[in-house]
Write a protein that binds this ligand. Structure first.
Ligand code: ADE
Ligand code: ZN
Ligand code: ZN
Length: 266
């Protein structure tokens, strides 16, 4: 009996630990992946389809979260976010975390995927990680402050439940809508070709700074212990959808650059 209680308590602690520090929920990550899938070149689509044994990007979008609790993959924990000192003007390569961060993670994924020497297994692994990390990059609190763990330590009431501001942005708002990832993906803005190009412009660090700027605004708009509900959600859901869409369009850009812009020849 004692063993049963101990196991139950352990499961609770483990589950709670995971729930407290998730990322864009599963639906958000899949929506970003689906948007990317819809903007792949024929060539990239074919190469990716082959690499993923026929599965689409949405199917693998949560792999990097799924492996988090496995001790063999613990080293990848810090790869899901980047904390830039609030007083620093920019990301300083020399001062970046030795444990890795989101910037180093995305760069590593791209390097392996472009490396002709890398094995098929390695490419599969880093492609799945990349799909997830470009999603994380667009969750503003994944470019938040270290001192509050990207908002994880800022407690709020979400309607009548205990939560924190990081989790509100990861999943509470998205889950409230109870939409599938495909429904979320089509409820983003209709953009013209030139507007898509505009979103895809810039480099990795530009996108990091964009998330960081949004996070600064969000930090200023919330107080520890605050009760949040409908009005917060209606105010911020457009930003959530925009970020999911930008993530998808930029992931497509990265993948098209890696796997080829053109139409497939075979
Ligand atoms: N998740 C866990 N720690 C975090 C941090 N410092 N910043 C953002 N997300 C996190
Ligand atoms: Zn998160
Ligand atoms: Zn993540």
């Amino acid at each position: 009996m004692k063993k049963v209680i101990f196991t139950a308590a352990l499961m609770f602690i483990i589950n709670f630990g995971i729930a407290a520090e998730g990322d864009w929920g599963k639906t958000g990550h899949r929506a970003t992946a689906e948007i990317a899938e819809n903007h792949l070149s024929t060539k990239a689509k074919k190469a990716i389809n082959e690499l993923l044994n026929g599965y689409g990007l949405a199917f693998v979008a949560n792999y990097a979260d799924d492996i988090k609790s496995d001790p063999d993959y613990r080293q990848y924990g810090p790869w899901h976010y980047v904390n830039i000192d609030p007083d620093a003007e920019k990301y300083i390569e020399e001062e970046a975390s030795e444990r890795g961060d989101l910037v180093q993670a995305i760069r590593k994924c791209v390097v392996v995927l472009k490396d002709q020497e890398a094995s098929r297994e390695e490419k599969q692994f880093y492609l799945k990680m990349l799909v997830h990390f470009v999603g994380d990059l667009h969750q503003p609190f994944h470019a938040g402050h270290a001192e509050d763990k990207g908002g994880n330590d800022i407690q709020v009431r979400w309607f009548n439940e205990g939560s924190n501001i990081h989790r509100v942005w990861d999943s509470e708002m998205i889950d409230f809508y109870q939409m599938s990832y495909t429904e979320l993906a089509i409820n983003t803005r209709d953009l013209s070709k030139s507007q898509i190009k505009e979103v895809q412009k810039g480099k990795l660090l530009d996108w990091v700074y964009e998330s960081r700027t949004i996070a600064d605004d969000l930090y200023a708009g919330v107080e520890n212990g605050e009760k949040l509900g409908y009005s917060y959600m209606y105010q911020h859901m457009p930003t959530v959808l925009d970020q999911l869409q930008k993530g998808g369009l930029r992931l497509a850009k990265i993948l098209n650059e890696i796997f080829g812009e053109g139409k497939s020849h075979s």
